[in-house]
Design a protein around this ligand. Structure first.
Ligand code: HAX
Length: 439
């Protein structure tokens, strides 16, 4: 028996049927218009995707099924002595649209614990990489290695009916999410701790177990993982990791193939890899100054120098947001409570005072405010995780929750193969010139 699967069938399938009916009845309705600039600016602002799990407002930030980050921290179930939400809860919420009870979350924890066994060949594959391979390369490849377990792929081969797609997507999703912490921790311990691996502890919650397998005993780190895994999980459908997972899934590639594609997108420095770049940038700044805490003038000068070298300030700016990212604020609140005097955290706060002012003077930059990645690394460093090349893997474990919940919805909604039209520049020029002549 799988209570979450039953709940999805009971709540979400009728909703999916309603949505399909609505689309049928209102298919002609015009939602917006776009121009040449839209096409050449990464399709920003063009509505082209349906994503049920979350919605991003440029001024306010992300809402998961209508709940903001502060509301999630308040309302989602926590451990008895904990203060941060359990990520099991945000997954439940994204999937069903309902806030879970403590018992619902407990069921998801147990469900994932039951599914968490990683086949040996996945570890062998990870071990076959040179130790210098980037952790995201190892992570994406390990997800591909896990694909041997895909129930969706097997059922498709055996002639599954379209109406069953969502069920097999659900099964793969649950198995995959259950196994990712073990895979991530294995990569970490192999790459940085001499392959001194730590067995999972099935009594711990999903994020607590991840912290345990990574080798961090501090309860503060476990709390950080719960918050981290919750707030990084989803950012509506158009970001590169969500969009690529969805796009690849639209070919009915199974959840393993789809998530691996999404992780390859997350590994880009303009997206998830920005979290490692932030710490690299701050450490380089410190190194250049001979160590210690830089003054605000030194920070300003370093920002201007970075820009003059044709590089971006990592952790600042966003394709959609136009204010401080509430995920940054949530991490700042966590830091104020747990580590207010940490030097690196204080540097991150000083940068927050300076960077928006400096970036705000550069007219082409649409958003001078910090995003989620500006803060996360400093929290990890505080607990001793200095190996910043690994940070994006943590982001990836979390992001799996949102993009895979969405993939289940994609299959439940029967969304088709995605295939936007592309044209050549010549085609555009001819079309626009012809319109000008006839005007
Ligand atoms: N530092 C310097 N220049 C910046 C900048 C920054 N932080 N943010 C934007 N710009 C520049 C762009 O590079 C672009 O310059 P060109 O026209 O010369 O190419 C110009 O300002 C306009 O960019 P924009 O419209 O404001 O921003 P985009 O939507 O094109 O890009 C990015 C959004 C997040 C990619 C961008 O702000 C950036 O590169 N930020 C730094 C990297 C980063 O933090 N990425 C993580 C984003 C959040 C995320 O996905 N996390 O996973």
């Amino acid at each position: 028996m799988d209570k979450l699967k039953d709940k999805f069938a009971e709540l979400a399938l009728p909703k999916a049927a309603q949505i399909k009916e609505y689309i049928k009845a209102n298919g002609e309705f015009v939602l917006g218009q776009y121009n040449l600039d839209s096409v050449f600016s990464g399709e920003k602002g063009m509505i082209g995707l349906i994503t049920e799990t979350s919605l991003l407002d440029p001024e306010e930030g992300i809402r998961f099924r209508g709940y903001s980050i502060p509301e999630l921290r308040d309302k989602l179930p926590k451990l008895k002595n904990g203060n941060e939400p359990l990520p099991e809860g945000v997954f439940y919420l994204m999937l069903t649209g309902e806030l879970p009870t403590d018992e619902d979350v407990h069921d998801v924890t147990n469900n994932w614990a039951r599914r968490a066994i990683v086949p040996k060949h996945v570890f062998n594959l990870i071990d076959s990489f040179p130790i210098s391979a980037h952790p995201m390369t190892q992570f994406s490849a390990a997800i591909m290695a896990l694909q041997t377990e895909s129930e969706f792929a097997e059922a498709y081969r055996n002639g599954m009916n379209k109406k069953d797609y969502w069920e097999y997507t659900y099964e793969d999703t649950m198995n995959l999410i259950a196994r990712l912490p073990r895979v991530a921790a294995y990569i970490y311990r192999r790459t940085y701790k001499n392959s001194d691996h730590i067995e999972p502890n099935a009594k711990l919650d999903w994020a607590g177990n991840l912290a345990h397998m990574l080798g961090y005993k501090d309860d503060g780190f476990k709390e950080l993982m719960r918050l981290y895994m919750t707030i990084h999980s989803d950012h509506e459908g158009g970001n590169v990791s969500a969009h690529s997972t969805h796009l690849v899934g639209s070919a009915l590639s199974d959840p393993y193939l789809s998530l691996s594609a999404g992780m390859n997108g997350l590994a880009g420095p303009l997206h998830g890899l920005a979290n490692q770049e932030v710490i690299r940038w701050v450490l380089d700044l410190q190194k250049e100054l001979g160590g210690g805490k830089p003054s605000k003038d030194q920070i300003k000068a370093y920002i201007l120098k970075t820009i003059s070298e044709g590089k971006v300030i990592p952790g600042y700016g966003h394709a959609v947001l136009r204010k401080t990212d509430p995920r940054f604020t949530a991490q700042m609140e966590f830091a104020k409570k747990h580590m207010p005097n940490d030097e690196l955290v204080n540097i991150v706060w000083d940068i927050y005072e300076i960077a928006p002012e400096v970036l705000g003077t550069i007219s082409k930059i649409k958003n001078p405010w910090p995003n989620v990645d500006a803060h996360s690394g400093s929290l990890l460093v505080h607990y001793g995780m200095m190996e910043y090349d690994f940070y994006t893997v943590l982001f990836g474990v979390s992001r799996a929750l949102g993009v895979l919940a969405s993939l289940i919805w994609d299959r439940a909604l029967g969304l088709p193969l995605e295939r936007p039209k592309s044209v050549t520049f010549d085609w555009i020029k001819k079309t626009i010139d012809a319109k000008k002549v006839s005007a």
